[in-house]
Design a protein around this ligand. Structure first.
Ligand code: ADP
Length: 546
């Protein structure tokens, strides 16, 4: 049974709600998963980058670490320090600075005060005195390391003592490293143990505290320790959420596409449903119309039958008058005879005459009864009937015509009644129509005959009505069963006999056809046998023979 409109609407609502839920859940799961992956990727990239940058920084410094110690063994420098010869030290220092690739070299006396300074730019010292911790380190013959805070450029120094003559400090410029970082598209920074930014490719971050940096959510930072320097290098990467938005957009887009498909599907279902209802309504209307038309047709047919019957009776009226007048005259004669024999006292002869009177009265009674039955409006019911009995009824009605025309009726002698499926009044009418036509056709025939043939099959019973008249005109054969086709003069034929007879036969589930014959006309009546459960004949069998 097709779903109702309300059910389709409910299904559509549920499907769309379910789709929205599934889209939301899957998109969220995919987005969370992708966000996790993106964060992992950013962390991994930051880790690799921090390692690389740390190694680069370390390498850049390591190149200079051993220089002060190496130079402390240089005899020219030792003697210049011994003599506190600032000019010599500056000159030598400048040479060594350029040769080594360092940015500046400073020479300090045993008290840690600056003796001489040489650098690549203005030769303006950035340090006039060694910080205490460095001074102590060089006095203890350890490598001193220092970060120059108050310098316009990022300088890192390595210090080494020259026995007790003083110390040498080599300064390395880390600007090049910072410039390299400037090419990166993410922040890199170096902080000291107090979390102060010493180096960075973000100019605004320099000298600021790590906590104060604008590291937003969605950024990950990975740090790498630089143990000898007591610094930490941080590589900061942004989590790439572009893919996440792609995932969300894809999720929503597929949701919208599926929603579109579902909407189309349900719209089609609703249209089909409405079409089906429309068709149903139309079919119902048509059915009602057909029923009402069929009723009208049945009524029209019924009155047509009745008209044709009355016409037949009208046509028979002359012969019927004769049919009645003849026995009345006979009865009168026999009655007068009986009266005369009674006066003479011939009682036996009176009996014979009375018997003849009784026979004539019986004949008249039978005729009236048959006429009345025939004139009745036919019912619509069908029952098991004897075809012979109804042939007899028709013969009773047409008896005078048979006799006056001298037509011989030859019919099979059957020991039992053969039952067929028909309506009683209508069946008599079929016989009357066929026999009347045959009688009409035999009017000018010598030795006129009507022959009834019969054949009983498993499901059907066939009865043929043949005559030896002139036969049916070949021009008429194609339209024989059409209404108002007649060759008879006006007033004697309506052209309704055969079409009605065929119609009635079809109402019985059988048919009436005309068959080719060597001589005369040959009509075949095909009857259905009564259904297995049908009752026995509705009409008592009465035999009438000519
Ligand atoms: P009607 O008898 O009023 O003319 P029918 O429909 O009964 O109308 O018959 C139509 C025509 O068929 C008749 O006019 C007649 O020409 C032809 N017909 C019918 N039966 C026979 C028959 N047995 N022999 C010859 N012609 C016939």
């Amino acid at each position: 049974m097709p779903a109702s409109l309300d059910t389709i609407k409910l299904r559509r609502r549920l499907a769309i709600e379910l789709l929205a839920l599934v889209t939301l859940v899957t998109t969220t799961i995919a987005a969370l998963y992708d966000a996790g992956r993106a964060r992992e990727y950013a962390e991994q990239t930051a880790r690799v980058d921090a390692e690389l940058q740390a190694q680069a920084l370390q390498g850049a410094l390591d190149r200079f670490r051993g220089l002060p110690e190496m130079w402390s063994k240089e005899p020219s420098l030792i003697s210049a320090l011994q003599g506190q010869d600032a000019a010599e030290l500056s000159q030598r220092g400048l040479q060594l600075t350029y040769l080594s690739g360092a940015w500046a070299t400073g020479f300090f006396n045993p008290d840690g005060e600056l003796l001489a300074w040489a650098d690549r730019s203005s030769n303006t010292p950035i340090l006039t005195r060694l910080p205490t911790s460095i001074h102590e380190a060089v006095q203890q013959q350890r490598l001193g390391r220092l970060w120059v805070d108050q310098s316009p450029r990022p300088l890192y120094g390595f210090a080494s003592g020259v026995s007790d003559l003083g110390s040498i400090v080599v300064f390395v410029d880390l600007s090049a490293i910072q410039e390299q970082w400037g090419l990166l598209n993410h922040p890199v920074l170096v902080v000291d143990s107090a979390n102060k930014v010493l180096l960075s490719n973000e100019a605004g971050w320099l000298s600021r505290g790590l906590q104060s940096l604008p590291l937003e959510r969605g950024w990950v930072s990975v740090e790498r320790r630089l143990p000898a320097l007591d610094w930490r290098l941080l590589s900061v990467h942004q989590v790439d959420l572009a893919r996440l938005w792609v995932v969300v957009a894809l999720g929503l887009a597929s949701g919208i596409v599926i929603w579109g498909i579902l909407s189309r599907f349900f719209r089609r279902q609703m249209t089909e449903h409405q079409d089906a209802r429309l068709q149903q309504a139309t079919a119902l209307r048509l059915e009602r119309l057909v029923k009402s038309r069929t009723r009208d047709l049945e009524r029209a047919q019924e009155s047509q039958i009745q008209t044709a019957k009355l016409a037949a009776i009208g046509q028979m009226s002359t012969t019927l008058t004769h049919e009645y007048n003849q026995p009345i005259a006979t009865i009168q004669t026999y009655a007068e005879n009986a009266q005369r024999f009674l006066q003479r006292g011939q009682v036996d002869a009176v009996g014979d005459n009375l018997e003849q009177i009784l026979k004539q009265a019986e004949r008249m009674g039978l005729l009236s009864k048959t006429l009345l039955t025939f004139a009745r409006r036919p019912g619509a019911e069908l029952s098991a009937l004897s075809w012979q009995h109804h042939l007899d009824e028709a013969v009773v009605l047409l008896r005078t015509r048979f006799e006056s025309q001298g037509v011989k009726l030859i019919r099979p002698t059957l020991s039992d009644e053969v039952l067929i499926w028909a309506g009683p009044v209508r069946l008599t009418q079929v016989w009357v129509n066929l026999l009347s036509n045959a009688l009409d056709a035999l009017r000018d025939t010598n030795d006129p005959q009507i022959v009834i043939d019969f054949e009983s099959g498993q499901d059907e019973v066939k009865v043929w009505v043949c005559d030896n008249g002139p036969g049916i005109a070949s021009a008429l054969i194609g339209q024989l069963f059409e209404p108002f086709v007649t060759t008879k003069p006006a007033g004697s034929g309506l052209g309704l006999g055969l079409p009605l007879a065929r119609d009635l036969m079809r109402q019985f589930g059988g048919d009436l056809t005309v068959e080719p014959a060597d001589q005369g006309a040959r009509f075949c009546l095909c009857f259905q046998r009564p259904p297995v459960h049908s009752s026995s004949p509705a009409t008592p069998v009465e035999r009438n023979t000519l």
